[in-house]
Design a protein around this ligand. Structure first.
Ligand code: CDP
Length: 230
């Protein structure tokens, strides 16, 4: 099949929670004039919608495609990104709460949920020109991506970044607690049967622990320019 790359190449950024994928992907997209797909936001929106509909997490593994349709979760292209709505309401902020953090990996582990989302995610890359971030972008969603980067970072540093991002305190106790929560999520994401968090064989690994944000963005932009051929 001839890949349509009218708008540019596809860049897949995967890695564990808090490794800086989404913020890096957004900045890389900006620099290249590409669109940014934050796939985690779709799993978060489904989680938020299911909680709001009072569907208990124990029932999530049995969700049918019809029930998922009825949750009315949509991601519409807007500017360089995708705006997520549930029942027509913008949920961009609502999906970042600790409650969603605590439940999202459970939703993302349900095979029917991943299958239900696949078309919408792949559609975003139909013409190329996309930076997509998540857990399985380079392995499952866009295995044909021209550039795959796998971002890693030590858990305490990831925790510090996440706490700062949330405007929360960064005492050593809080850092330890947040690092444990992130690692708990990583464990579920890596251990699930379907599309687990995994580094693609042809991914470039970037350790961001001691990189500042600009250096991290520059590393991906440089690789992207090489792969795009100029
Ligand atoms: O921002 P953070 O790295 O904490 O998480 P996220 O990218 O918003 O993703 C939230 C959750 O969605 C992850 O912990 C995974 O359980 C799930 N996810 C996934 O399974 N597959 C993806 N491609 C993206 C996210």
């Amino acid at each position: 099949m001839k890949l349509d790359r009218t708008d540019g190449i596809i860049i897949a950024l995967d890695g564990p929670a808090g490794s800086g994928k989404s913020s890096t992907a957004r900045a890389v997209a900006e620099r290249l004039g590409y669109r940014h797909l934050d796939s985690g936001a779709f799993y978060r929106a489904l989680t938020w919608a299911a909680l709001r509909a009072n569907i208990p997490p124990e029932r999530w593994p049995e969700l049918t495609p019809d029930e998922l349709d009825r949750l009315d979760v949509h991601g519409a292209p807007e500017g360089r990104a995708y705006r997520l709505t549930v029942g027509g309401w913008d949920v961009s902020e609502a999906i970042r709460t600790p409650e969603v953090n605590a439940h999202v990996s459970r939703m993302a582990a349900v095979p029917a949920v991943r299958e239900w989302l696949m078309d919408a995610l792949r559609e975003a890359g139909a013409r190329g020109g996309l930076v997509a971030d998540g857990r399985d972008i380079g392995t499952v969603v866009f295995p044909e991506a021209e550039l795959k980067a796998y971002l890693v970072c030590e858990p305490e540093e990831r925790a510090r970044r996440r706490l700062r991002e949330q405007g929360a305190g960064v005492s050593e106790d809080e850092v330890r607690a947040e690092a444990a929560r992130l690692q708990g999520r990583d464990q579920i994401d890596s251990g699930r049967a379907v599309a687990p968090l995994a580094e693609a064989a042809d991914a470039v690994r970037i350790d961001t622990t001691r990189l500042d944000f600009e250096a991290q963005v520059e590393a991906v932009v440089k690789l992207a320019r090489e792969r795009a051929g100029g």
